[in-house]
Every structure is written in C-alpha cells, then in structure tokens.
Design a protein. Structure first.
Length: 79
C-alpha cells in the first residue's frame, strides 16, 4: 500500500464516518421533535451508530496521522 492510498483510505474513512454521524444526528433530532412521547428505545440505534462511527472516525484519523508521519520520516531520510 502506498502512502497516497493510505492517506486516501484514511480521508475516505473520515468523510464516511462524518456523513454517518450526521445521519444519526438527524434521526435523533427527528425522533425528539416529531415523536417526543415515544420511548427512548427509538433513540438507541442512532446513538449506538454515533458511538461506532466515532470509533471509525478516530481510527481513520490515526491512519491519516500515520501516513503524515511516514511522509515526514521519508523526507527526513532523503534530506
């Protein structure tokens, strides 16, 4: 895997998890405003999704950081 593909995968993971977090947040807002008397069970799935996506986001950020460090190391080595 090249550094560019590693960086691309990390950035794609960041973007996808951000979109999924936004979708879950929208679902939570809709449940809260359109069906306030329903049980909190309706909120469980999007809250779990947000938690999982936060972990994906963190892992993707780590991939981007690692790719950045690799570029720095390569530049230091070739300098």
């Amino acid at each position: 895997m090249t550094i560019n593909s590693l960086l691309g995968a990390g950035l794609q993971g960041l973007q996808q998890s951000q979109q999924n977090i936004n979708t879950a947040a929208t679902e939570i807002a809709q449940v809260s405003t359109t069906r306030p008397q329903q049980s909190t069970a309706d909120l469980a799935e999007p809250l779990i999704e947000m938690t999982l996506e936060q972990q994906v986001f963190d892992a993707s950020a780590k991939v981007v950081t690692t790719a950045d460090e690799m570029v720095g190391t390569l530049l230091d080595t070739s300098a």
